[in-house]
Design a protein around this ligand. Sequence first.
Ligand SMILES: Cc1ncc(COP(=O)(O)O)c(C=O)c1O
Length: 376
Amino acid sequence: MREECFYDTFDRKENLHFDSRVVHGALGCEPVTGAVSFPIFQTATFRHRSFDVSTGYNYSRLQNPTRQELERTVAILEEGEEGFAFSSGQAANMAVFGLLKPGGHVLLSDDIYGGTYRICQEIFRNMGCDFTYLDMGDPAAVEAAVRPETRMLFVETPTNPMMKTADIGALSKVAERHGLLLVVDNTFLTPYFQKPLTLGADIVVHSGTKYLCGHNDVIAGLAVVKERKLADHFRLQMKSRGNGLAPFDSWLLLRGIKTLALRMEKHDSNARAVAEWLGGHRRVKKVYYAGIGGMISFELDSEETAHRLLSNVKMILFAESLGGTETLITYPITQTHESIPDQIRRRLGINERFVRISVGIEDVRDIIDDLDQALA
Ligand SMILES: Cc1ncc(COP(=O)(O)O)c(C=O)c1O
């Protein structure tokens, strides 16, 4: 056999369908050895060939081939220009809000993830930025709230935890008319169900910890930009804050993403069945479900029923987080949304009777049986 160094180009994969793209990634195989599982480049630094000649890799805080493969893969899936893999979803969001200058104003979904709210209220507000929270499902109300100093619309759709949806296309028109950046947190649906950049968003962010990774074993964040000019900002943030995702964690995400399409299908069909079942249960007062994806919230008849459910589930795990293979049940009021002021939580409907479930990929009969026995 002839020995040669071969390269599989980034471009060749552009014609593949989504389910093939998740499997084959960006380069997919490692280009020098042909390793089918993209290697973990566990190195801090890279040797230079000679004076002023670099392989393109200098120091892993700046670039690392495993992280780059992940970044390119997610950029392909989101149909964006460039991707950035951060050490958490929070780190990705910190980089997004790092686009603001003192005096800048942002309009955000009114029931965003509590950690995003905390970044805005406890970090960027102290730096002179201002934030208004409102229902992003009403583009006219969003447009009416735009001020001369507004710089960004930040949208979760569906929202966490009330599952409210927004029309990204309509919001992109508002953003365009007022020269605003449109940022979409696509954690809940992933590019399998929704590609915000193709609908007019400028930046898409993810808690990669959730569906992209899919196995509840990594904390990670992703940001993908539509245009190259925004990429410089994210590169500077990562280089300066030193919050790029580590090589091994990048590899775990690459591995998780290979089954993204299969997992999302199963999360979606399981969740549909669970939502329907919950809707008919005598102790369930209201079901919050976007009709797509694996996330459901619901309100029970009493606080006591909620506590009993959380204590009595067996296969389902009472734990924070979402988007993994295991079904998780969460109590937003003391867990994910603990940072949101009580008055706002109550207005939204996040009370002691309210629980959120991330429907996993187990046999749906076991999920429903477990809920049934825990609610009995
Ligand atoms: C919608 C959403 N965005 C961002 C985050 C933050 O991500 P991470 O926990 O990876 O920092 C979360 C975490 O739960 C989330 O649910």
